[in-house]
Design a protein around this ligand. Sequence first.
Ligand code: FAD
Ligand code: MLT
Ligand code: ZN
Length: 460
Amino acid sequence: MCRVTEQLLDALRAAVGPTHVLTDADLRATYETDWTRRWHGTALAVVRPASTEEVALVLRACAQAKAPVIPQGGNTGLVGGSVPREGGDAAPVVLSTLRLRDLEPIDVLAGEVTVGAGATLAAVQAHARDAGLEVGVDLGARDSATIGGMIATNAGGLHVLRHGSMRAQLLGIEAVLADGGVVRRLPGMVKDNTGYHLPSMLAGSEGTLAVITRAHLRLVPRKARRAVALLGIAGTAAAVEVASAVRRTLPELLAAELFFDNGLEVVLRHVGAEPPFRQRHPAYLLLEADGDADPTDRLAAAVEAASGVDDAVLASDEEGRRRIWRLREAHTESINAEGIPHKVDVALPLARLAAFINHVPEVVDAAYPGALTYQYGHVCEGNMHLGVIGPPPDDESVDDAVLRLTIEMGGSVSAEHGIGAAKVDWLEADRGAADVAAMRAIKRALDPGWILNPGVLLRP
Ligand code: FAD
Ligand code: MLT
Ligand code: ZN
């Protein structure tokens, strides 16, 4: 081990205490491979600071040693941005935020809260619910995904149609820059026009500009009652129409999720559940509504008024709702169990979504004959997820074909998961050279040594 590396490890141990600098391969392992198993590499060490001051000491030491740093929260990201990559020049330090999990008291008057970046979404949800409030964003990885990771990826999830993505929840932030300097706008205000809005800029920055240490979030009212409907529909275009019609007529709509028969089949096999209908349907739409009064009748009426629904089940009790939601939420883990997936997360203008979905199987098959494609997603935002099983992890032919189709059809190559390491090569085709040059200028200004998550979002 060279002298600079030894000095760095000594400085890291002095910063966070020796027990929180993991260098043993067995202890590092879970921090070095991502959730999909497609992305992995070797870290010099995993460092687990417990305070903003400790994060600053870690970054100062890494900047001095010119050591790359990968911020990591719950490691549920799906674009390879949270783990070391193979082939980097120097083994990076993984900076785990999991010990930054403080939950400050809820500000009930304003409906807001400040939390540590390493707090899981589930922990913040439970905290907010104790005060009769709710976090505006919800997603299937809630038990592990952290608030810092969700801000860094500008996570979307299941309730975007009502409350927006993570950026829309974020009022204030505290973060440590690459040189160890701390920027802090806490608690932050709903109305705050004091120049560049750093919380907004750090939302979606994927660990490339700063390590987020605390965040101040707006909360939303928690409604007492929910109802869920699962609909069987004859085709993709009809399913998009039904979702759009219900959204127009039902202000209580909270979620609208689309999936297809091949995905449902994999889920039923993986979780060992019974089919929801006696007969199979090409497309399924899950709709959820909430309210202070039971929204079941209003949801049922909105569904009945929409044409194109062939089958429907409704549930307003907790167990029934959970059973229906499981059919949608278990897509990710069920497809993961079929093999190492290529995950593609895109957004299309809603008017083109059905044409895109229907064209995708042909495009995937031309790129990698025999590959299996599962599509599902958040229909009102035109956000489709593809899980493709077949191509080896480093074969990008399917990713390339689908992302090019997305760009040709006027879509975005990343709807909610970020660019990560997976989509760096498609960023410029989507955003254009001028946008990417501006992003690079911001990166150079805030991280001149390019130590924060190099290779993610922008090529060094
Ligand atoms: P990580 O995976 O640890 O990191 C993700 C990125 O953020 C990395 O680039 C990392 O460097 C950076 N980062 C992490 N913490 C910080 C920090 N404190 N400061 C700076 N940078 C940081 N995503 C959605 O948007 N919508 C969904 O519906 C959704 N559902 C999911 C369901 C499942 C089952 C799974 C496995 C994933 C899902 N995801 C979803 C993806 C993932 O959960 C989100 O991207 C989440 O925001 C990542 O949080 P994390 O704490 O796990 O971050
Ligand atoms: C989802 O909506 O289920 C997630 O974003 C995760 C995935 O793409 O599998
Ligand atoms: Zn999603």
